[in-house]
Write a protein of this length. Structure first.
Length: 254
């Protein structure tokens, strides 16, 4: 299988502090791939680079072998990449359904222009709505469609954010700490949902997460970075038995 997402020698500095130091990695198509490392290792900075929320000092990012380093974040969605964030970024005064639909509108561009321009756009809007409902059902949110997201439990808000990303019909999703802040039950449910999304939708998933149990259970392959540089990569079994990883990260008290 080819790399769905690839970065080569990505380097980012902030005020003389090197956050990413020539990081290179591949995310294989169709897989669930994890990115781990101690606090301050550069994970969030690298994620921001990959999703084009952060520019690089050096290096290049490729999406299906297409260089994307010069693109803006809003262009990436139309190329088939979506992202969630560590801190939930939903429209709290909108319903679950409306939040999911926003993901679809981000892909097609200006929804008002679409609706006003052609009668066929109204049919497209109906299709997007039907698809949003289907996504809600697949993530077990069908009973929450008319509820304001601000009234939902935290774990359900995480699912809404994932459903919104899926509504853009991406080929790859970057998940930034998908179970952060969740209790054990919510974490267990989200683990199964992530595996289901990968299997049922055939979507490549690249995730950053501190919950090691979750990472080892969900991921097919894992990249480890430390002090802004590549440290190790391999299967969950490889990573669990890698002495450098154990010393740098897995041995820490989480």
């Amino acid at each position: 299988m080819s790399a769905h997402l690839r970065c080569e020698n990505v380097t980012v500095s902030f005020g003389g502090v090197v956050a990413c130091n020539k990081i290179s990695l591949d995310v294989e198509e169709g897989k669930v791939v994890g990115l781990i490392g101690p606090n301050g290792a550069g994970k969030t900075t690298l994620f921001n680079v990959l999703s084009r929320f952060q520019d690089v000092d050096e290096g290049e990012v490729y999406l299906r072998d297409r260089p994307i380093t010069g693109l803006k974040a809003h262009n990436i969605i139309r190329l088939g990449m979506a992202r969630t964030f560590q801190n939930i970024n939903l429209f709290n005064e909108q319903t679950t359904l409306d939040n999911i639909l926003i993901g679809a509108h981000r892909r097609i561009g200006n929804p008002l222009a679409e609706i006003l321009a052609f009668p066929s756009s109204r049919r497209n809007e109906a299709r997007l709505r039907d698809h949003a409902v289907e996504l809600a059902e697949s993530l077990h949110l069908e009973g929450e469609l008319d509820n304001l997201v601000k009234n939902l439990p935290y774990g359900l808000q995480k699912r809404v954010e994932l459903a919104r990303a899926l509504a853009a019909e991406p080929e790859i999703i970057l998940l930034d700490e998908p179970v952060a802040g969740c209790n054990d039950e919510e974490t267990s449910e989200l683990k199964e949902i992530i595996k289901q999304v990968n299997k049922d939708f055939g979507i490549t998933i690249f995730l950053v997460e501190h919950d090691m149990s979750m990472v080892m259970t969900v991921c097919d392959y894992i990249h480890v970075i430390n002090f802004g540089a590549n440290l190790a990569e391999g299967t969950p079994t490889d990573i669990q038995t890698n002495r450098d990883v154990i010393n740098a990260y897995l041995g820490e008290d989480h």
